[in-house]
Design a protein around this ligand. Structure first.
Ligand code: CP3
Length: 341
């Protein structure tokens, strides 16, 4: 056992009460975040300013005593390091220009300008120096499929249409885009471990829109490649996989992707997921809308998650990021329930 409960779970141990953190725990639901965000001017400035990024990384850990700090950055820093221009339009979300498609794929750099990401590694070093010995420091990257949906779409979209059409119309070109993102992600994740991350989560937010064959090709294979290549350089690298919306493809994912824990959304059948937990630690599953609802509904939702998974190796978390309008009192209520307060 180590000093860090979350790392013990990733090593396959059951810890009681389970360690807790929240996806998007540093963010707009916190007044102290909004203040620093305003000071930084733009979201990208905040990500690239190690002092401010370290501060917002630490804010939720200080306020709630979470068992993990997650690096404050964004999955879209990989497209930025590959030469796309990244802006965040207030109220609209991220914009990436130019969009990448079959017609301009050759404009994409072959490899990331890793120098553009050095401020992120510096944020990790700063956080490392300021967190207690029991708190795990998590890095992250987007899975290549999810990152490609933003690169092809020029931002978010309801149906990830641009990337899906690209993959149908020019599978070889699309495979090249995925390969470039794989290589950039390997360098990015290795850099995060070398700077002091204890573990890394790979976010595949849009894996649920693909057919089973495409899921194999664009989600499983590239993510497995990232992990194999990262472990060539960092043999003990601990990695959490989050293929959101993967449903009954989750079993194939855990069979083929060498992760240390599987993060679940809230739509998955719990009996099916418990079966998976007999092979691999589980994280997540609480619906962010249950956290937003609060009251007895939140208590019931927390209890259902604990009942399903707390008997085995488990990290308590949401099934996706916390919603910006969530009251902090609901987070406190959730924590008290999980920790038996
Ligand atoms: O606290 C943490 O979890 C760490 C920081 C983090 C952010 N983004 C900060 C952020 C992490 C892990 C991410 C991951 C991320 N970013 C994902 C994968 C997970 C997910 O949520 O699905 C995706 C798809 C992105 C891309 C992205 N970044 C979008 C679509 C948006 C706009 C939506 C929104 O919530 O505004 C962002 C912006 C963003 N990333 C914010 C934060 C705190 C909000 C920006 C702001 O403060 O104005």
């Amino acid at each position: 056992m180590t000093l860090k409960p979350l790392i013990d779970v990733l090593a396959g141990h059951r810890v009681s009460p389970p360690p807790v953190w929240m996806m998007r725990q540093a963010g707009r639901y916190l007044a102290e975040y909004r203040k620093v965000r305003e000071e930084a001017g733009s979201f990208l400035n905040l990500c690239l300013n190690p002092k401010l990024a370290a501060e917002v990384t630490l804010q939720p850990v200080r306020r709630f005593g979470f068992d993990a700090a997650i690096l404050f950055a964004d999955i879209l820093l990989i497209p930025y390091a590959l030469g796309q221009t990244l802006t965040f339009v207030e109220g609209e979300g991220p914009r990436l220009t130019p969009r990448i498609g079959p017609e301009n794929l050759e404009t994409l750099r072959d490899s990331a300008e890793i120098g553009r990401l050095t401020p992120i590694f510096e944020t990790i070093r700063l956080v490392r120096g300021q967190i207690g010995p029991a708190v795990a420091l998590l890095g992250f990257c987007g899975a290549p499929w999810t990152v490609a949906t933003y690169m092809a779409g020029g931002g978010g979209s309801p149906d990830q249409a641009a990337a899906r059409l690209f993959a149908y119309r020019d599978p070889r070109g699309f495979a090249r885009l995925i390969d470039v993102v794989v290589q950039a992600s390997v360098d990015y994740v290795v850099g995060q471990f070398r700077a002091g991350a204890d573990a890394v989560q790979i976010f595949d937010t849009w894996s649920g829109v693909l057919s089973p064959e495409q899921f194999e090709q664009w989600c499983i294979a590239p993510t497995a490649q990232i992990i194999a290549q990262v472990r060539n350089q960092v043999p003990e690298a601990k990695i959490i996989g989050f293929p959101r919306g993967a449903g009954t493809s989750l079993r194939r994912y855990v069979e083929q992707v060498a992760i240390n824990a599987l993060s679940l959304d809230w739509t998955v059948d719990r009996a099916y997921a418990r079966d998976i937990q007999s092979h691999i630690p589980i994280q997540g599953n609480l619906d962010p809308h249950a956290l937003l609802a609060g009251g007895p509904a939140l208590d019931r939702a927390v209890d259902a998650v604990l009942e399903a998974f707390a008997g085995g190796p488990f990290i308590f978390n949401l099934g996706h990021g916390i919603l910006p309008e969530t009251p902090t009192s609901h987070v406190e209520q959730m924590l008290a329930r999980v920790r038996g307060g």
